[in-house]
Design a protein around this ligand. Structure first.
Ligand code: NAI
Ligand code: UGA
Length: 437
C-alpha cells in the first residue's frame, strides 16, 4: 500500500517506519527542513530503542521516504496519517491549528480517493472538523478516520508492532476495509481491532490516558498514606496488583507522571468537560496531586539538612520524564531542579540521554557530569528522579568514594531498603519506611 504520514515526530516516525517494515511504501512529511534533511541522509532524529535499525533498513530498501512537500508526500497515497502536534492552548484545551491547517491544505491537493486518518490525540468532534476543513476545497471523495495511538515512548516500536488493541473510529465501510488490510500484520496474535464511531474513538484515547494517570496518582496517594501509617507501599502494590481486576501494571508510585501526553491529555479532557458543563472532579484532583508529587522529595531533603539547603551539594540522577527516552517535557526532574535552586542548593546532574535538552533550558545554573559517578563528587545527598537501568545496580564501592555522605532520596524506588541498610546509607524513598544507618 502507499501511505503518507504528515508530521514526523515521535508518533509520525515510528508509524511511518513500522508501516514500511510490513512492506508498505511510506512517505513522511514534515515542515521542519533540517529534520527532513537529516532523515533523508540516514540520521534518526529521536532516541527510541530499536527504531534506528528498522529506519535504516527501510530507507535502504526504498520503502521509506521523507519530504517537506505535502503535495509530493501524499501523491498516490491511499491512506494519509496525520501525526501532528496537538499542544495545550492557553486555556488547556487541545490546539487543533496544526491538524486543521493541514486538513485544509489536503482539500486543495487531493486528486484521488484517500482515507485521512487522524492519529493525533484530539478532542471529540475533531473528525467532523477535519472532514469539513477538507471538504471546503475537495474535488474528490475521501473518508476521515480516527485511529488514536497508544504507544509509549521508550518502547514505541514494540507497542506499535504488537499493540494491545487497535482502535478505529469510522463510519465508512470502504475506509474500514483499507484500515483492516493495513493493520492485519499487527494483529496476527489475536489482539483485536476495535471498530467504533469517530467520537467514541476520540474519547477512548483521552479516557485511556486519564485512567492511567489516575491509577498512578491513586498509588501516589496510597504511598503518602503508607508513610503516615508506617506501612510499605511495595507490599500494598503487590497485594492489590494480584487482583486481576486491578492488574499489576502502572501501580508504581514515584515523583509523579510527566511527559508530553499524560499532563496535556488530563488537562484537555478536564477542559472538554468544562465546555459541556460537566465538572470532572477526579481529574482536577489528579492534576493537583501530580503537581505536588513532582517536588515531593524536596521537603524531605530539606528536613534531613535541618531546614536549610543553602550551599548544600546535591547530585541528581535522571532528567528525562522516564527511562529510555531523551524527552524532558514535564519531567519531574526539572521541577526538582527549580525547587532545589530556589532553596540555595548546588546541583550536579547526570542523565544518559537528556542532558543536552536540559542544558538548553537551565544553562549554567546547574553542573552536568560526564557520568553517574562523577555527579556524586563531594555531594552531600543523591536524589534519583528517573529509573534508568544503569542506576539500578550501580558500583556501590565507587559511589562511596565519591559521595561526601551516604544519603539517598529516591523518587522512583529503585533500591531495596535492606540493601541500603546493609551498605550503611540514609535512604528515603516513596511510600516506604526510611532506612537509617
Ligand atoms: N509522543 C507520544 O508518545 C505520543 C503522542 N501522541 C499524540 O500524537 C500527536 C503527535 O505527537 P508527537 O509525535 O509526540 O509530536 P512531535 O512534536 O514529536 O511531532 C510533531 C511533528 O509534526 C511536525 N509538523 C508541525 N506542523 C506541521 C505541518 N504543518 N506539516 C507537517 N509537519 C508538521 C513537527 O515539525 C514535528 O516534527 C500528538 O497529538 C500527541 O498527543 C499519541 C500517542 C503517543
Ligand atoms: O498518549 C501518549 O503519548 C502515551 O502516553 C503514555 O506513554 P508515555 O507518556 O510515553 O509513558 P508512560 O510509560 O505511560 O509513563 C508516563 C509517566 O508516568 C510515570 N509512571 C508510569 C507508570 C507507573 O506505574 N508509575 C509512574 O509514575 C512515568 O514515570 C512517566 O513519567 C501512555 O502510556 C501511552 O499509552 C500513550 O500512548
Amino acid at each position: 500500500m502507499r501511505i503518507a504520514v504528515v508530521g514526523t515526530g515521535y508518533v509520525g516516525l515510528v508509524t511511518g517506519t513500522c508501516f514500511a517494515e510490513t512492506g508498505n511504501t511510506v512517505t513522511c512529511v514534515d515542515i521542519d527542513k533540517a529534520k527532513v534533511e537529516k532523515l533523508q541522509g540516514g540520521t534518526i532524529t529521536i532516541y527510541e530503542p530499536g527504531l534506528d535499525h528498522l529506519f535504516l533498513r527501510n530507507l535502504k530498501e526504498n520503502r521509506l521516504h521523507f519530504t517537506t512537500s505535502l503535495a509530493e508526500g501524499i501523491k498516490g497515497a491511499q491512506i494519509i496519517f496525520l501525526a501532528l502536534p496537538t499542544p495545550p492552548g492557553e486555556d488547556g484545551s487541545a490546539d487543533l491549528s496544526y491538524v486543521l491547517g493541514v486538513s485544509k491544505e489536503l482539500g486543495k491537493i487531493l486528486d484521488a480517493y484517500a482515507v485521512i486518518v487522524d492519529k493525533s490525540t484530539v478532542p471529540v468532534g475533531t473528525a467532523d472538523k477535519v472532514r469539513a476543513a477538507i471538504a471546503a476545497n475537495a474535488k474528490v471523495e475521501f473518508d476521515v478516520v480516527s485511529n488514536p495511538e497508544f504507544l509509549r515512548e521508550g518502547v514505541a516500536v514494540d507497542d506499535f508492532m504488537k499493540p494491545d488493541r487497535v482502535v478505529i473510529g469510522s463510519s465508512s465501510e470502504r475506509a474500514n476495509a483499507l484500515m483492516q488490510q493495513l493493520y492485519a500484520p499487527f494483529v496476527r496474535q489475536g489482539n483485536p481491532i476495535i471498530y467504533m464511531d469517530e467520537r467514541s474513538a476520540e474519547l477512548t484515547k483521552y479516557a485511556a490516558n486519564a485512567f492511567l494517570a489516575t491509577k498512578i496518582t491513586f498509588m501516589n496517594e496510597i504511598a503518602r498514606m503508607c508513610e503516615r501509617l508506617d506501612a510499605d507501599v511495595d507490599m500494598v502494590r503487590k497485594g492489590i496488583g494480584g487482583d486481576e481486576r486491578i492488574g499489576k501494571r502502572f501501580l508504581f508510585p514515584g515523583i509523579g507522571y510527566g511527559g508530553s501526553c499524560f499532563p496535556k491529555d488530563v488537562q484537555a479532557l478536564s477542559r472538554s468537560a468544562d465546555e459541556v458543563g460537566y465538572e470532572f472532579k477526579i481529574l482536577r484532583s489528579v492534576m493537583d496531586v501530580n503537581q505536588e508529587q513532582k517536588t515531593y522529595l524536596v521537603p524531605k531533603v530539606k528536613r534531613f539538612f535541618g531546614g536549610s539547603l543553602r550551599g548544600k551539594k546535591i547530585a541528581l540522577w535522571g532528567l528525562s520524564f522516564k527511562p529510555n527516552t531523551d524527552d524532558i517535557r514535564e519531567a519531574p526532574a526539572l521541577y526538582i531542579i527549580d525547587a532545589l535552586l530556589a532553596e540555595g542548593a548546588v546541583v550536579t546532574a547526570f542523565d544518559p540521554e537528556a542532558m543536552p535538552g536540559v542544558k538548553r533550558m537551565v544553562g549554567d545554573k546547574i553542573t552536568f557530569a560526564e557520568n553517574q559517578y562523577d555527579a556524586l563528587e563531594g555531594a552531600e545527598a543523591l536524589v534519583i528522579a528517573t529509573e534508568w537501568g544503569a542506576f539500578r545496580t550501580p558500583d556501590f564501592d565507587l559511589m562511596e568514594t565519591k559521595l561526601a555522605q551516604k544519603v539517598i532520596f529516591d523518587g522512583r524506588n529503585v533500591f531495596e531498603g535492606p540493601l541500603m541498610a546493609s551498605l550503611g546509607y540514609y535512604y528515603e524513598s516513596i511510600g516506604r519506611r526510611p532506612v537509617k544507618p
